[in-house]
Design a protein around this ligand. Sequence first.
Ligand code: HEM
Length: 510
Amino acid sequence: MAPLFLGFAIIFISLLVTYQLYQKLRFKLPPGPRPWPIVGNLYDIKPVRFRCFAEWAQTYGPIMSVWFGSILNVVVSNSELAKQVLKEKDQQLADRHRSRSAAKFSRDGTDLIWADYGPHYVKVRKVCTLELFTPKRIEALRPIREDEVTAMVESIFKDCTKPENNGKSLVVKNYLSAVAFNNITRLAFGKRFVNSEGVMDKQGVEFKAIVANGLKLGASLAMAEHIPWLRWMFPLEEEAFAKHGARRDLLTRAIMEEHTVARQKSGGAKQHFVDALLTLQDKYDLSDDTVIGLLWDMITAGMDTTAISVEWAMAELIKNPRVQQKAQEEMDRVIGFERVIAETDFSSLPYLQCIAKEALRLHPPTPLMLPHKASANVKVGGYDIPKGSNVHVNVWAVGRDPAVWKEASEFRPERFMEEDIDMKGHDFRLLPFGAGRRVCPGAQLGINLVTSMLAHLLHHFVWSPSEGVKAEEIDMAENPGLVTYMKTPVQAVAIPRLPPHLYKRVAVDM
Ligand code: HEM
């Protein structure tokens, strides 16, 4: 038995090495670290991938081959190459690599995030552009955002004014995550699962359990994903995935049913995504799986990203009291001390907008975006990218490239006052939302919420480091992962700066 297995293993390895050699000879692949047989560069990649890739780019250049097992991943790290990937060769590089878990979660790409670029993708993307993310709907959903940011302010105020908390620091992320969670569940499902006392209802508990279980299932497969012929050793837990899918469907269908009943009663549709999708289901010929997939896409893509962006921005503002003060001066001048900020004020608060942009430049929450996959053989930067390879744009490295940014690692929002640079996919120096066909459809919504959270946090409170911690000691390291939270959640002391009656939640029922 053992010699037979050994024989098979040798044949497999030889085939693989021959295949890699053939690829090398047939194509002019980008340079990169030497891959090991079978595992490629997997064991050389450090946990915070985008930093590791940026380091390697110093040696191998701005376009690099990195082997995840037997799968070629091309990483580009400057704005010129980002433009080639996301604009010039956009169409051939707009598919997605679906791991087995992503394939299961997305029912083989019947959603948006995991769909390959093709007729289905074009259709659901159209639903996003023409229906879900129109300026009109974003505006109609504004009261939800304002409710949630004012609830955040109220909750911070309560906590920081408790006598026993005097001078104590708060974990900023806790408040931000609550806004992101409530905003996205209300926007997608029309549901605030948490009541004003902070108690979560039964559906909310189930929702959270599903999200947590999804993360667990997704993580359980990581290594075998990259070595397709080894997968038989790591079989997919079919049953666990099926159970997860059924649980997700059950909750979502119950919510869909509630909305259908409410619509029939009232005769009109609400603005939430679930209502929009149900009323448009026939017009766009959307299957139930696609409706459910789209709703969960919005949750997955729109929740953590906003909270992460604000957490990093706050860490920078706590480290840089000069910038914080300047933003507060702007708000005091434009808004004063007798009312709270509204989204309609943003256009009169340019420095505030620059802060949001500068935070997204230095700390894009998805530093490698989502990987794209080549649907054909493509040339980028003079090198071949064979069909089936993945392509990553290191937008973190692009945003810090000293060749295009002055004092690249400084948090200096003024740079955007000096030169107005677009961040929604038109300027390839700044790509927190990606660019091209797959650019984030929620970019404007994300910007509105991030700016609103920052505006309220800065207008209502002065923020300083925890007692005994110097600004320069704040840990700015990243947690590994597709989305990049701070490794050490930032803590800070909040001191109210407006009259107490301005710290009340403005609750809306929608
Ligand atoms: C600060 C907040 C956000 C950032 C930085 C961000 C960033 C990104 C990035 C980099 C991508 C990948 C683009 C690519 O593959 O080329 C993406 C995709 C996506 N984002 Fe966002 N996003 C944010 C907020 C949101 C919000 C609020 C929503 C929805 C409510 C959303 C929905 C999506 C969806 C559905 C996709 C997949 C698009 C596709 O595959 O075609 N995002 N986002």
